[in-house]
Write a protein that binds this ligand. Structure first.
Ligand code: FAD
Length: 444
């Protein structure tokens, strides 16, 4: 952040009006700071990219609001940490998808975190060997066949499990690449129509980590940290948002927490949500996609940095991003049903699987090159409950259903409500802005 930091702060420094809005709003929490003062018009629950985007739009429209966040940081599922390896490590989101339209790309350029295009170089390993020639071609052919089968179903408008249209003899490696590695869900849990909403644009990486880019992008948004919403009362006019620090009253609320958090009942609603909303929440579970990050000595793979390796062996599948951005870190990602089962066994089991896969691919020299490893398990964090959403088979309409305002004053927004770019940061940013505009236009 050295040379870019000055610019970042001049772009995002909160205006005085915004600071006042934030303070007035927090003073409106009964029990919080012991003062009951001005009432915010809108409460935004969650300071991931959706909540940050909603706040930016509300501020631009001069609407007094407060953003509450249960944790002690912004960014949610986009988070870069340096503690473990001494270099930036993206614990969650790592790719800037849809580079042509993603607003974070322009911000990254202005902020001195200039993004570069992700390579599309792949190497495949399966059945104890590196695949070459016909063996490799066979896998890509299987992937083409599976893609075509799903696209045919999409053309017919058939919203069914992707597994039901893909040849069941397709190899584990090909199934992993068309399902879990992109969608965090195995083909049996993936709606064909939702699968078709995958990203088609250019993938990019920002310098310094995507989580740190998001932290810079949201730095000017005033947030009440350590404030966890537990209940939303919409029985009268407006809403009352109950938190661990007291109750906030407002005219409307934007709820940006993950659908898995909502499905867990961590936030209760009084009266209960309409059946269609409840159903949509349950039809959009978060899938499993987790990084096991490896710090390797030297260049044991002898591959260019940012090369992708698809791995199948020692009882499972994984996708590797080798020496990401020259950082010395290799992202070893597990996902879908296999990833969920492994993750449930704990961090040590995840690291052990990665270690055995290294042995399988590189022999004992590969294992010896491993300096440090750390697994990050999103489904074990109750503030998220998983990685990102995949609509259940037959339920591709759930994203649209969840967008519908409840009682004209509760709006759900997030990667889950994005129909055009689900499961992505840019889709979530657009949804935060959409919810804020909807409140400005239709509620206040
Ligand atoms: C491992 C992984 C890899 C990914 N890879 C990519 C990628 O490469 N590219 C990409 O574009 N996307 C990727 N994603 C998806 C992307 O991170 C999400 O789509 C996006 O971050 C969702 O943002 P959000 O604001 O909607 O939700 P969140 O980030 O979940 O934000 C919600 C916020 O609400 C807070 N919260 C929860 N409960 C409460 C409560 N009761 N009260 C108050 N606050 C609460 C949470 O702490 C959180 O900060 C990845 C995600 C994961 C986990």
């Amino acid at each position: 952040m050295a040379s870019g930091s000055k610019k970042i702060h001049s772009v995002n420094r909160p205006s005085r009006r915004l600071v006042m809005a934030g303070l007035a709003a927090s003073a409106g929490v009964s029990g919080m700071r012991g003062v009951r003062a001005a009432v915010p018009q809108v409460v935004v629950i969650g300071a991931g990219v959706t909540g940050l985007s909603a706040s930016k739009t509300l501020s631009a429209k001069g609407i007094a609001h407060v953003v509450i966040e249960a944790s002690d940081r912004i960014g949610g599922r986009a988070f870069t940490q340096t503690q473990t390896f001494g270099v930036p490590c993206d614990v969650g989101a790592h790719w800037l998808h849809n580079g042509e339209t993603n607003p974070l790309v322009g911000f990254a350029r202005r902020a001195g975190q200039a993004p570069y295009e992700a390579e599309d170089e792949w190497t495949l390993f399966s059945g104890g060997k590196w695949l070459e020639g016909e063996d490799e071609e066979d896998i890509w052919d299987e992937i083409d066949d599976a893609d075509r089968a799903i696209e045919r179903a999409v053309d017919w408008g058939a919203d069914v499990a992707a597994a039901s249209v893909v040849d069941s003899d397709t190899s584990a490696l090909a199934k992993f690449l068309i399902g879990p590695y992109e969608h965090a869900a195995s083909l049996g849990s993936l709606s064909t129509l939702d699968w078709d909403r995958q990203n088609e644009g250019t993938d990019m990486f920002p310098q310094g980590g995507l989580g740190s880019l998001v932290a810079n992008w949201g730095a000017g948004v005033p947030v009440e940290f350590g404030t966890q919403a537990t209940r939303i009362d919409w029985s009268g006019g407006g809403v009352k948002v109950e938190t661990n620090k007291g109750t906030l009253s407002a005219e409307a609320v934007i709820v940006t927490v993950a659908t898995q958090v909502l499905a867990s009942g961590a936030i209760r609603f009084g009266p209960g949500l309409p059946d269609a909303t409840e159903r949509a929440i349950r039809d959009l579970p978060l899938g499993s996609y987790n990084h096991i990050v490896l710090q390797l000595d030297g260049d044991p793979f002898e591959l260019e940095e940012d090369t992708m390796v698809a791995y199948s062996g020692v009882g499972g599948t994984a996708g590797l991003l080798i020496n990401a951005g020259g950082s010395g870190l290799t992202y070893f990602d597990v996902a879908g049903d296999f990833g969920a089962g492994l993750t449930a066994l704990g961090d040590a089991a995840m690291v052990e699987f990665a270690r055995e896969a290294l042995r399988d691919m590189l022999g004992s020299d590969g294992v010896a090159s491993l300096k440090q490893a750390k697994a990050f398990a999103w489904e074990r964090n109750a503030l998220f409950g998983g990685a990102y959403t995949a609509a259940r088979p037959g339920r591709a309409g759930a994203r649209q259903a969840l967008k519908r305002p409840v009682g004209d004053r509760i709006l759900f927004a997030g990667e889950a409500t994005s129909v055009s770019k689900p499961a992505t940061l840019d889709g979530a940013i657009a949804e935060g802005a959409r919810a804020a505009r909807s409140i400005a236009d239709d509620v206040l």
